[in-house]
Design a protein around this ligand. Structure first.
Ligand SMILES: [Zn+2]
Length: 275
């Protein structure tokens, strides 16, 4: 277990384990018929996720590991100050880091520069388990830098950080999966966790719907801060961005340069106000 945590091998296990589980559920319990062939969609998004992971690992991987080791060694951060115990550390970190991720996700929608990066994720015209790995490299790098700053202030242990990352990764795959939990289980699960139904609304091409349901693991943040949207006609949601409505608009090469492209002078909130 220690070797897996230190080397980061668990990231590989979680990513491909989740892909296998939710991918199998999509095959047997597919909710919506995809626009594009499942194989093509999987290959594109998995290629993006794998290349992002490899580039981050090769360029800054060892620096990030050394950084978190130094924080733990020198007892930096709030949790290190209070010494609350391993389990309390894990539970508090799961809640607090999920809240911070909610705020950070909202910032990606509300700040024009950040929206340029995040819209690569939202340009997906089909939403399935692989959409969880479809992020522009610049967003991955920026989020990683942001987490390092939060880690400096919060001071989670290595295991708490690993549990949070694993939970967040699996939650992302689950809520993007092209499946639907039958009622009443969907409504019950949604009381605490983000479900596919709740998150797919966030991928709607309608601005008001995109600018809602920012929560990642726990659904409570959207309810607490008034960003929660509930839809009954999920089948009518059109996924993606109105600026990029065709599959040819969101091919690999176009995704790489999308942050520099057209229609990105305004954040989603600014555009929603003006439309
Ligand atoms: Zn988003």
């Amino acid at each position: 277990m220690e070797i897996a945590i230190e080397t980061g091998f668990w990231r590989f296990l979680v990513a491909f384990g989740g892909l296998a589980i939710f991918g199998a559920l999509e095959i047997f319990f597919q909710f919506r018929k995809p626009l594009e062939s499942r194989i093509k969609h999987y290959i594109r998004n998995i290629s993006i996720g794998v290349s992002n992971g490899l580039i981050m690992y090769i360029t800054v991987g060892s620096f990030i590991v050394a950084y978190y080791e130094a924080l733990a060694k020198h007892g930096i951060g709030l949790l290190n100050f209070f010494h609350l115990g391993a389990w309390t550390d894990i539970i508090l970190s799961l809640i607090f880091l999920d809240f911070v991720t909610y705020i950070w996700h909202m910032a990606y929608h509300r700040i024009p520069f950040l929206w340029r990066l995040h819209r690569v994720h939202h340009s997906d015209l089909d939403v399935d388990v692989t959409s969880a790995s479809r992020f522009h490299l610049s967003e991955v790098a920026l989020s990683s830098a942001f987490k390092m700053v939060v880690g400096l202030l919060w001071g989670p242990s290595a295991i708490a950080l690993a549990v949070h990352e694993a939970a967040l990764g699996l939650a992302a795959q689950f809520q993007h999966a092209n499946i639907r939990i039958p009622e009443p289980w969907e409504s019950i699960t949604r009381l605490l966790f983000v479900t596919p139904d709740m998150h797919h609304i966030h991928h709607s091409d309608k601005l008001k719907e995109t600018n809602s349901n920012y929560s990642n693991l726990f659904s409570i943040w959207d309810r607490l801060f008034g960003t929660y949207t509930e839809l009954t006609e999920h089948e009518k949601i059109i996924y993606g961005l109105k600026d990029y409505p065709k599959i040819e608009d969101v091919w690999m090469k176009k995704l790489i340069v999308m942050p520099l492209g057209h229609q990105c002078g305004a954040s989603r909130i600014e555009k929603a106000v003006n439309t």
